[in-house]
Design a protein around this ligand. Structure first.
Ligand code: ARG
Ligand code: ZN
Ligand code: CA
Length: 235
């Protein structure tokens, strides 16, 4: 057992206007959400239905802000082809989670690279209005859960529906098989593939207010990255 794992975080704020140049307060509000969500100390954790309560996980992964870089740039949307990362390269991605906060465009809230990819593009990208809980934030994605979701990918989690139909897997046993993303705020139970979907998992596509747990199986999958010889290291 590795005990508590801390991941230091660099935030790159890339802005084309004053609104996108989010405040330190907004950045800190996102750090607070990450630590609450990964620690199962989020205040909505008690909404998890009984069926899943026994697999709610405190991942024992924490995040600390190591630095903020600010870059003014006239580009107003950055897409999902990692242009922002080649323009402003990640800083020590071997040991740090790099998060670029910039407008992606196309209605995309955020995107991430899975472990094992090129170090030059390692990290996650999140739109400024989906980052944190205060300042320039847009409902219903104003509770910082886009970053929680993307950091889940960064730590090897797949979507709970396995990006396929009922026969595709997310490689996590305790997240029931699902058919497709759920959106909005689904009522419980939402039945697909003859089981109740864990719609309240951070790795579904529901509104921020309607996702509030990682599972024990997801915790295991994430933490496996940090064992000796694993794909990630932490400080
Ligand atoms: N990559 C997903 C997207 O851009 C992120 C979804 C995050 N969901 C959320 N409720 N914050 O669509
Ligand atoms: Zn995703
Ligand atoms: Ca599963």
């Amino acid at each position: 057992n590795l005990g508590s794992i801390n991941i230091p975080v660099y935030v790159h704020v890339v802005y084309s206007n004053a609104q996108e140049n989010i405040s330190d307060t907004q950045i800190n509000s996102q750090m607070t959400v990450l630590n609450k969500d990964f620690g199962a100390s989020n205040n909505d954790i008690n909404q998890v239905p009984n069926e899943f309560a026994n697999v709610v996980a405190d991942t024992e992964i924490t995040f600390s802000l190591a630095g903020v870089f600010r870059h003014a740039n006239s580009r107003t949307s950055w897409g999902t082809n990692d242009l922002v990362k080649s323009t402003y390269p990640p800083v020590t991605p071997e040991t740090h989670l790099n998060i670029w906060v910039c407008n992606i465009g196309g209605g995309i809230l955020g995107y991430a690279q899975f472990p094992g990819g090129p170090s030059a593009t390692d990290g996650v990208v999140v739109g400024p209005n989906y980052f944190g809980t205060t300042g320039y934030v847009s409902s219903p994605f104003d509770e910082g859960r886009t970053t929680t979701h993307e950091v889940g990918h960064y730590l090897n989690l797949r979507h709970i529906w396995g990006d396929g139909r009922c026969n595709r897997d997310d490689f996590v046993a305790d997240t029931p098989t699902s058919d497709a993303p759920n959106y909005g705020c689904p009522s419980y139970p939402t039945v697909n593939c003859r089981s109740n979907d864990m719609t309240m998992n951070y790795m579904d596509y529901v509104n921020d207010a309607c996702m509030y747990m990682f599972s024990e199986g997801q915790k295991e999958r994430m933490r496996t990255l940090f064992v000796a010889g694993g794909a990630r290291e932490a400080m």
